[in-house]
Design a protein around this ligand. Structure first.
Ligand code: SF4
Ligand code: SF4
Ligand code: SF4
Length: 389
C-alpha cells in the first residue's frame, strides 16, 4: 500500500472514494473491498444477501459480477438478519462445497458456526475470505416490522437503521424513531447472553462508526488474506490509521457489551441450578411439551449437518421431550449460541437456544471443548468400550 504501510494486527479507518458508495453503510468500505476482490479474481464469488419482499426478509445470494456489489443492501441490519433457516454458514455448507474461493460478510456467531463446520470437514476455511462485523446483537426483523406497521410507517422507505448500545434507531419516511431496547423491542435472547462480539477467525473484522452525519468503517486486519484484501482495494479507498481515541472507545464498548452479556447469561443459567432436581425436571418437561416437533430448529441449526437426520425421521413416533433429548445428545455440546433455532421456533419460551447454549458452555469444563473456537480440534465423541464375548 502506498499512502502508509499496514501490517496484520493494524486498525485502519476506511471509506470508499466512489461518491455513490461513500454514501452507503460504513462509507462503502466493505462494498469496495468485496468489489475489488471480485475484479481482481482474488475471490470467485461473494456470498451475500438480498431482500425478498422487504428488508425484513432476507435470503442468501451468490454474487459473481463486481457491479452487482453496488446494489448490495448492506447494513448492520442485513448482516445481523440473514439468520434463522437462511443463515450464511448453513447455506455455504449445503450449496457451495468446492465452489472456489468465496468471500462472506458474517456476524461473530456465523463465524463460530463456520469453525464448527470446519472441524467436521464440511467447509474448508482456506477457501473462505471472512469479513466479520463486530456485533451489537440482533432484533427479530418480524417484530421491528410489526412495530413500525403499527405506527403506520411505510417500511419500504427506511433510510437508516442501527442497533447501538441500548437503542435501536431508524429513519423511516424521513422520521427519526428510537426505541430503548427492553421496551417495545429487544435483542434476541441468544444475543443478550452472547459475550463473544468479535468474530474469532475473520480475515478482517469491522465496525461501522459514526462521524457527524457520515459513517466510516473501522477495520482490523487479522490475517494475510485480510491484508491482501486491503491492498487490492487501497486505490479505491480513503484510508487513515485509526487513532487511540477511536480504539479506546471501541474497546470500551466491546467490554461493556461482554460484561452485560456475562451477567445476563449467569442470571439466565440460574434456571438450571435452582430448586431441586425434581423441580428442574418439571420445569423443563413443561417447557419442552410445547414443542411441536416441526423440525425447523434442526433445519436452521448450522451445526446440524446430517443429510439423513434420524431425529427428523423418528419425530412422529416420539414425544417432544425425547425429540429434544435426542437433539441435545447429538450436537448440544457444540452449540455456538447463534439463536437461529429461536428465530424459527414459535412455541418455546424461552427459545431452544437457552438449553443448547448451556450445554455448549458446560462442554468447556466437562469435555475441555470450546464450541466455535480452536479450529484443529475434533468435536467430542462418545467413547464406547466394546467387550469381546
Ligand atoms: S448471538 Fe452474538 S454474535 Fe450472534 S448476532 Fe447475537 S450478539 Fe451478535
Ligand atoms: S423446538 Fe420449536 S422449532 Fe424445534 S421442533 Fe420444537 S417447536 Fe419446532
Ligand atoms: S442449537 Fe445452538 S448452534 Fe444450533 S441453531 Fe440453536 S443456538 Fe444455533
Amino acid at each position: 500500500m502506498e499512502a502508509f504501510s499496514v501490517r496484520t494486527g493494524d486498525f485502519v479507518l476506511a471509506s470508499s472514494k466512489d461518491s455513490k458508495l461513500s454514501e452507503s453503510y460504513g462509507g462503502g468500505a466493505i462494498q469496495t473491498i468485496l468489489k475489488t476482490a471480485l475484479e481482481n479474481k482474488y475471490v470467485d464469488k461473494v456470498l451475500s444477501f438480498q431482500e425478498k419482499k422487504t428488508r425484513y426478509d432476507l435470503s442468501p445470494v451468490i454474487i459473481e459480477q463486481p457491479d452487482q456489489i453496488d446494489s448490495l443492501p448492506l447494513s448492520q441490519f442485513s448482516v445481523y438478519h440473514v439468520s434463522g433457516a437462511n443463515n450464511i454458514p448453513k447455506y455455504l455448507q449445503q450449496n457451495l462445497k468446492g465452489a472456489g474461493k468465496i468471500a462472506i460478510v458474517a456476524k461473530p456467531c456465523d463465524v463460530r458456526a463456520l469453525v464448527e463446520l470446519a472441524k467436521r470437514r464440511q467447509i474448508n476455511l482456506d477457501e473462505l475470505v471472512v469479513l466479520g462485523e463486530e456485533c451489537y446483537g440482533k432484533i427479530s426483523p418480524k417484530k421491528v416490522k410489526k412495530t413500525l406497521d403499527e405506527e403506520q410507517l411505510d417500511t419500504s422507505k427506511v433510510a437508516y437503521e442501527r442497533i447501538k448500545g441500548n437503542t435501536y434507531s431508524t429513519i423511516v419516511e424521513g422520521e427519526n424513531r428510537s426505541y430503548t431496547l427492553g421496551e417495545t423491542l429487544d435483542l434476541e435472547g441468544s444475543c443478550k447472553r452472547c459475550a463473544e462480539r468479535e468474530p474469532t477467525i475473520s480475515d478482517i473484522s469491522f465496525l461501522v462508526i459514526e462521524e457527524n452525519d457520515k459513517t466510516r468503517t473501522l477495520i482490523h486486519i487479522n490475517s494475510e488474506k485480510g491484508l491482501k484484501l486491503l491492498e487490492l482495494a487501497s486505490a479505491k479507498l480513503n484510508l487513515d490509521r485509526a487513532n487511540e481515541e477511536i480504539l479506546k472507545h471501541r474497546n470500551r464498548e466491546m467490554e461493556q457489551l461482554r460484561d452485560k452479556a456475562e451477567k445476563y447469561k449467569t442470571e439466565q443459567f440460574k434456571i438450571f441450578d435452582k430448586n431441586s432436581e425434581k423441580d428442574r425436571y418439571s420445569y423443563f418437561k413443561k417447557l419442552l411439551e410445547n414443542c411441536r416437533k416441526c423440525g425447523m430448529c434442526i433445519k436452521a441449526c448450522p451445526i446440524c449437518i446430517c443429510v439423513d437426520c434420524s431425529v427428523i425421521k423418528k419425530r412422529k413416533e416420539i414425544d417432544p421431550v425425547f425429540y429434544f433429548l435426542l437433539r441435545m445428545g447429538h450436537m448440544g455440546e457444540c452449540c455456538v449460541n447463534c439463536g437461529n433455532c429461536d428465530s424459527v421456533c414459535n412455541f418455546l419460551e424461552p427459545g431452544p437456544s437457552l438449553i443448547f447454549h448451556r450445554l455448549g458452555e458446560l462442554s468447556k469444563s466437562a469435555l475441555n471443548y470450546e464450541p466455535g473456537k480452536n479450529v484443529n480440534e475434533s468435536p467430542p465423541r462418545t467413547k464406547k468400550t466394546i467387550k469381546k464375548s
